[in-house]
Write a protein that binds this ligand. Structure first.
Ligand SMILES: C[S@@+](CC[C@H](N)C(=O)[O-])C[C@H]1O[C@@H](n2cnc3c(N)ncnc32)[C@H](O)[C@@H]1O
Length: 269
């Protein structure tokens, strides 16, 4: 059995994704925009925008003379983003259902930002090269990724819990993990360099949250693991949850470490 595509997974995960937004996606999106620094009047692409965590602050920053195209494949997350943009009267922000790896805008962008999205591309390098190709000369690409030793601690616990009840499923999940290629400042800097970007900076954002096992389970249901969990029967799901909570207990996991890297590189002028 193969894993569903990222867009389908996050579309199905919208309710739990929304529950974690105020504690996770929104603050980290704000941090990304604080580092990528959209300027008044700029044209911005927010690639893999989800419900707009980094697109909303970008739209605020570019103002009425600027614009933000926010693209994702998960329609249910786009719906949440559109609602929020309307409530905040951000008429310069468009939420578009589309694949960022093939997106062709009418004009180049000043800034392309992508939070926790590049590792979902079937070919991370080709996808990121495409994003870079959408920039004007001297434009910038901002990429936000998980820092090594943080978020990746919880994923193996969940994977092992699923493996206890359905070992046949975890094989499809055990594909080479692209996020490991960009999980330190040095790796993400080198990777942006390999895309031909220059004047690269990397900021580390330390971000930790207390984590109750119930919250942790909701987090898994609102993220990529959902693709695996949705393939379990209700009985298997509660069994997997029991194993997962046992794993949290035995590893004394009482906080979520969602520390992140925000890397920015520029195209040649
Ligand atoms: C972990 S979520 C992050 C969402 C948002 N950037 C945030 O930080 O809240 C990753 C998102 O990437 C989207 N995605 C993955 N591949 C994509 C693609 N090729 N085109 C558009 N969206 C994509 C998924 O649908 C999902 O919403």
């Amino acid at each position: 059995m193969t894993m569903p595509e990222a867009g389908e997974i996050f579309h199905a995960a919208h309710a739990e994704f929304a529950e974690w937004s105020p504690r996770l996606w929104r603050p980290l999106g704000e941090i990304t925009a604080a580092v990528s620094r959209p300027q008044p009047g700029e044209r911005v692409l927010d690639a893999c925008c989800g419900s707009g965590a980094s697109a909303l602050p970008a739209a605020r920053a570019v103002g009425a003379d600027g614009s933000v195209d926010a693209l994702d494949l998960a329609e249910n997350l786009l719906v949440q983003g559109r609602r929020e943009a309307e409530w905040r009267k951000l008429a310069n922000l468009r939420f578009i259902n589309g694949d960022v790896t093939t997106w062709q805008p009418p004009q180049p962008y000043d800034l392309v930002q992508c939070c926790y999205g590049v590792f979902f591309f079937p070919d991370m390098d080709a996808g990121a090269r495409h994003l870079t190709s959408l920039l004007r000369p001297g434009g910038r690409l901002a990429v936000t990724t998980w820092l090594e030793g943080g978020m990746e601690r919880i994923v193996p616990l969940a994977r092992d819990a699923v493996g206890e009840v359905r070992p046949d499923l975890t094989e499809s999940f055990d594909r080479p993990n692209s996020s490991e290629r960009v999980n330190t400042a040095g790796k993400v800097r080198d990777w942006l360099g390999s895309l031909g970007l220059e004047r690269i900076t990397v900021e580390t954002a330390t971000y930790r949250q207390p984590l109750h096992p119930d919250d942790a389970w909701t987090l898994l249901l609102g993220a990529a693991l959902r693709g695996l969990l949705d393939q379990l029967s209700p009985a298997e799901l509660s069994e997997a949850r029991r194993h997962f909570e046992g794993g949290m207990h035995s590893t004394a996991m009482s906080e979520l470490d969602a520390s992140s890297l925000v890397a920015v590189g520029h195209t040649a002028r």
